[in-house]
Design a protein around this ligand. Structure first.
Ligand code: CP
Ligand code: NVA
Length: 301
């Protein structure tokens, strides 16, 4: 039976914990010469731009002994009107798994319904679960544990925030989100995790209140891919939600700053913070590679 990874909750708490342990081992060089996916082929169908997700998957797939195939929707028949179900059925005959980056989350579910191989969400408008795996790995690495770690997320209640909420709910991190009214995380995501959460998830307005006593401060862009038309309005709406030295001084002294990247320096985060001693954003970017290798090993081999 194939296993998909469309949201973080597609893995159990035990599986996430095992995956993170495996990712940390892989990063340390254990089994570097083992190629558990030798002879396999994994597709990467990306409808949006990507630097980290695309490259970390391509490199990780190669390191596991498999072959990555990047698929631009405009260069396959999907771009000329072939349906999602037919594309999924055909690609399942060649590939051993497929990573998809898309707009509407529904496309992933539709693709999955017609695919006989695992479908991995490489970002949708609603979720970014592979990012959350890298985030958890980074927090674990920097703080030594996840349970009861206080994470403050400041900014847009977007795909990254939604997956972080799910990550907090399964690992016992306490998450406080500061966002402007009307930019809260997805209501269904919140309702689902609140029903099972073993952690505290708070939504409030005041960034300082969220950052106070935080172990980890996280932010993301104010204008996500696909929202470019709202750019001017959003930049105005979020202007008080910047992570800068002043706000960071409210957090714990050993606070770690995360950003999924790409950053819009001078908007949601200042150069000073991004390049400062508390920033772990490039370790976080690197950890995408290790976490996704562990994910592929779990789902594909
Ligand atoms: N964080 C992230 O997913 O980056 P890319 O858009 O570059 O893949
Ligand atoms: N929220 C951002 C994340 C990019 C990795 C976006 O969807 O564009």
């Amino acid at each position: 039976m194939k296993r998909d990874f469309l949201t973080l909750l597609d893995l159990s708490a035990e599986e996430i914990s095992a995956l993170l342990k495996r990712a940390i081992d892989m990063k340390s060089g254990i089994d570097a010469n083992k190629c558990p996916l030798i002879g396999k082929s994994i597709g990467l169908l990306f409808e949006k731009a990507s630097t980290r997700t695309r490259v970390s998957f391509e490199v990780g797939i190669y390191q596991l002994g498999a072959h990555p195939i990047y698929l631009n929707p405009n260069e396959i028949q999907l771009g000329r009107g072939e349906t999602i179900p037919d594309t999924a059925r055909a690609l399942s005959r060649y590939l051993d798994a497929i990573v998809i980056r898309t707009f509407g989350h529904g496309l992933l579910a539709e693709f999955s319904a017609h695919s006989s191989v695992p479908v991995i969400n490489g970002l949708s408008d609603l979720h970014h679960p592979c990012q959350a795996l890298g985030d958890l790995m980074t927090i674990l690495e920097k703080k030594g544990r996840l349970k009861d770690i206080r994470v403050a997320y400041v900014g847009d209640g977007n795909n990254v925030a939604n997956s972080l909420i799910e990550a907090a709910s399964v690992t016992g991190m306490n998450l406080t989100i500061a966002c402007p009214e009307g930019h809260e995380p997805d209501a269904d995501v919140l309702e689902r995790v609140r029903a099972v959460a073993n952690s505290e998830i708070l939504i409030l307005r005041e960034p300082k209140e969220a950052v106070g006593r935080a172990d980890v401060v996280y932010t993301d862009v104010w204008v996500s891919m696909g929202q470019e038309k709202e750019s001017k309005k959003r930049k105005k709406r979020f202007k008080d939600y910047q992570i800068n030295s002043k706000i960071l001084s409210c957090a714990k002294k050993d606070v770690v700053v995360l950003h999924c990247l790409p950053a819009h320096r001078g908007e949601e985060i200042t150069d000073e913070v991004m390049d400062g001693p508390q920033s772990a954003v490039f370790d976080q970017a690197e950890n995408r590679l290790h976490a996704q290798k562990a994910l592929l090993e779990m789902l594909v081999s």
